[in-house]
Design a protein around this ligand. Structure first.
Ligand code: MOS
Length: 725
């Protein structure tokens, strides 16, 4: 989800929810869904086989331009084939997120090579796959530009924020750097391919799918099909990773629904791994020019950050590269420019920390270069430039713990012991070096609702929130247990069904705080009802181990409920606090690498991350998120690149063998610290987003460590051996 720097101001404060007595929240617990997942009992969208199930396979455009299905009749006559669907509604504009705003790309014209243009449906998966390969698609009449450096950028596609006079400040600066960095296209590369199983019951459509944001996805599907949202039910109880690629619906879901309606049978469409890489949005490649001017002590007076990204014409999304730069460091003279080139590579959208993941990575490499230039320790350089207020809007930060994370991380890592200059440590063929970077990520809150029902047997939490591997099941259960005086086992959590109240969905690191707060508020409503029955104020109420206590009076919960069910409904509406405070999360990453003098290969030896992201709801799930982020950062620094063919822009490396993500063998033990932070603007739960923070800086720590090891400054990511040697 694209971040817009939304801050948080809730309608309620923590006085309404009484005392926290349970300590279920904040406890390290194993994931509720862990056993189901590792034993194969968690059923994913493609694993359900209703009676009469038939199978669809997507067909891609081999070129750009006007599409013809040359041998359609022949394919329709193949054994087992039920239909060839080519319907404009199946290819929605790839813009992910808000429903109803996106135009439709259509199937008559392929906007990029690899765009899906048809669905072949057959009795068996094999027959569908064979028929899809047999369908001959021709594309004519277009050779659109695919190189972002070669197109003119419209004024509408340029966004500029300027303060002071950057050029003058750079001229007068004691130290100046002017560097250009590039990052390639990247892909979410979730383990579970995109899949949908659509079934109609009269006018009612049910789709089992792998999606992140059900309340919006439901509206998107209804919008594509031209039916009422109430007639769509989405089920996504388990999601095998999303990372942005499942924020919006994609072709297989709409195509399955259209085919199922026409055939009167359930239709399942699972994207082939190779299709996943071109049908679903990529992260845009970026070119970033960064100019910094500083005084003799390294204090910044000038910050220039100009980014070029790309997307298809008419797509809304533009990789928000500068999102972190807006608030990261103080400087009186600033120029931030974002340009979006309209080109015909596959659509760009949100991928793992859209914005800061690439923007802060480049910026933190530039900061390392500036530290070299000034002759100051990189940690000192960051400490010298922490802003007292938001550098652009001048509002205070709701909380700011960058300095604490820098000190903590440096101490854990043993930063003081590292050689300052490059090429000082050698072990055989390996140069050893250390680098660091700061991490920044906006904190967002989204609307969310949840329902909690309490009986004498325990509580049930219901929301259409998803668990995309992040731990939603676990933490939402912990929140309800804490608020209602139950054990974690005393709470059942039901997610991923649009028949439940709409949660926030999973994206932008906002899921835990947003939907978690809705659950908390639902429980608060129940507590108020219980307090009423006890004739006391909700704030005086203590719930513990099945007992309701008010002052020195106490009654068993079961007696107070008297066989009834108490239902609470919680709803969060993010307020508009951005004119009052700037809210973000902060961290610091430190990396030690070994770089082979013979092959140019870089091995990560150890990494330390120290983060401040509000209250930690469950140290184990939070740590996993931080660790995942640091691993993504390492991949971005060393291996990850979605490669476009230079002639037509198509994605060349469309599988997990050639799209290089780090695997276990690439990643050493990581030391992760989650610092205690109390942010008064973080709502009654005091929780903030942690999911993507680790991605926003860790890659720069690796690149900076390469420089410290062997003296090579990599500015074009990833730092593959050819770029290091
Ligand atoms: Mo995230 S890239 O907002 O799922």
């Amino acid at each position: 989800m694209e971040g817009r720097g939304m801050s948080v101001q809730l309608k309620v404060d923590d006085r309404d929810t009484g005392e926290v007595t349970q300590n279920v929240l904040g406890r390290d617990t194993e994931r509720r869904d862990a056993r189901q997942k590792v034993t194969g009992r968690a059923t994913y969208a493609a694993e359900i086989r209703p009676e009469g199930l038939v199978h669809g396979a997507l067909v891609r455009a081999p070129g750009m331009g006007r599409v013809e299905l040359a041998n359609r009749a022949e394919v329709e006559a193949m054994p087992g084939v039920l239909m060839v669907l080519s319907d404009a509604r199946m290819i929605r504009n790839a813009a992910q997120g808000a429903a109803g705003e996106a135009p439709v790309q259509g199937v008559e014209t392929a906007a990029y090579v690899g765009q899906p243009v048809a669905l072949v449906v057959a009795e068996s998966f094999e027959a569908a796959a064979h028929a899809a390969r047999t369908l001959t698609v021709t594309c004519e009449g277009a050779s659109n530009e695919i190189d972002p450096e070669k197109v003119e950028i419209a004024e509408d596609d340029t966004d500029e924020t300027a303060q002071g006079d950057l050029e003058a400040a750079l001229r007068e600066a004691r130290h100046e750097i002017d560097r250009t960095y590039t990052t390639p296209s990247m892909h979410s590369a979730a383990m579970e391919p995109h899949a949908a199983l659509a079934e109609w019951d009269g006018a009612r459509l049910t789709v089992r799918a792998s999606l992140q944001m059900l309340r919006y996805n439901r509206a998107e599907i209804a919008d594509c099909l031209g039916i009422d949202t109430e007639n769509v039910r989405l089920l996504s109880p388990f999601v095998g990773g999303g990372f942005g690629s499942k924020l919006g619906i994609s072709a297989e879901a709409v195509a399955a629904a259209l085919a199922a309606r026409e055939l009167g049978r359930p239709v399942r469409v699972v994207q082939h791994r190779r299709s996943v890489f071109e049908v679903n949005t990529r992260r845009s490649e970026t070119t970033q020019r960064i100019r910094l001017g500083a005084d003799a002590e390294g204090r910044l007076d000038a910050i220039g950050h100009e980014a070029l990204v790309s997307n298809l014409p008419e797509e809304d999304f533009s990789e928000p590269v500068l999102q972190g730069t807006h608030f990261a460091y103080a400087a009186r003279n600033r120029l931030l420019v974002q340009r979006t080139a309209r080109i015909h590579r596959p659509a760009a959208g949100s991928v793992r920390a859209p914005g800061e993941a690439v923007g802060i990575t480049a910026f933190e490499i530039a900061m390392d270069e500036l530290a070299d230039e000034v002759g100051i320790d990189p940690v000192e350089l960051r400490l010298a430039n922490i802003p007292e207020k938001d550098p652009e809007s001048d509002v205070p930060f709701s909380s700011h713990m960058l300095a604490e994370t820098l000190h903590d991380g440096a101490a854990r890592f043993g930063w003081a012991d590292r050689p300052r200059a490059a090429r000082q440590r050698r072990e055989g063929e390996w140069w050893i070096g250390s680098g660091m970077a700061a991490c920044f990520r906006v904190n967002m809150m989204m609307p969310a609702e949840a329902r909690v029902r309490l009986t004498a047997d325990g509580a049930i939490v219901e929301t259409d929130m998803t668990d995309i591997g992040t731990g939603s099941y676990s933490i939402l259960g912990q929140i309800a247990a804490e608020a209602l005086g139950l054990t974690a086992e005393g709470v059942e959590v039901r997610l991923g069904d649009t028949d439940f109240p709409p949660g926030s969905g999973s994206g932008g690191s906002f899921g835990a705080a947003s939907t978690g707060t809705a659950v908390w508020l639902a429980c608060a409503e129940i507590r108020t009802a219980l307090a009423g029955r006890m004739d006391c104020e909700p704030g005086e109420l203590t719930l513990r181990e099945g007992t309701v206590q008010c002052g020195n009076r106490s009654r068993p919960l079961a007696e107070l409920l008297n066989g009834e069910t108490l239902t609470g409904h919680g709803e969060v509406e993010p307020g508009k606090a951005e004119d009052k405070v700037r809210q973000a999360t902060f961290g610091a990453c430190f990396a030690e690498v070994a770089v082979s003098d013979v092959t140019g290969e870089t091995r990560l030896r150890r990494m330390v991350g120290s983060f401040a992201a509000g209250r930690i709801l469950n140290p184990r799930t939070a740590r996993s998120q931080a660790q995942g982020g640091m691993i993504w950062g390492t991949g971005m620094a060393l291996t990850e690149a979605l490669l476009h063919d230079r002639r037509d822009g198509h994605v060349v490396n469309r599988d997990l063998a050639e799209y290089h993500l780090p695997v276990h063998a690439d990643i050493p033990e990581m030391d992760i610290a989650l610092l205690e932070e109390s942010d008064p603007w973080a709502g009654p739960l005091h929780a903030k987003g942690i999911g993507e923070l680790g991605i926003c800086g860790s890659g720069a720590a690796v690149i900076n460590a390469i420089h410290n090891a062997c003296g090579v400054r990599v500015r074009d990511l990833p730092a593959t051996p050819d770029r290091v040697l």
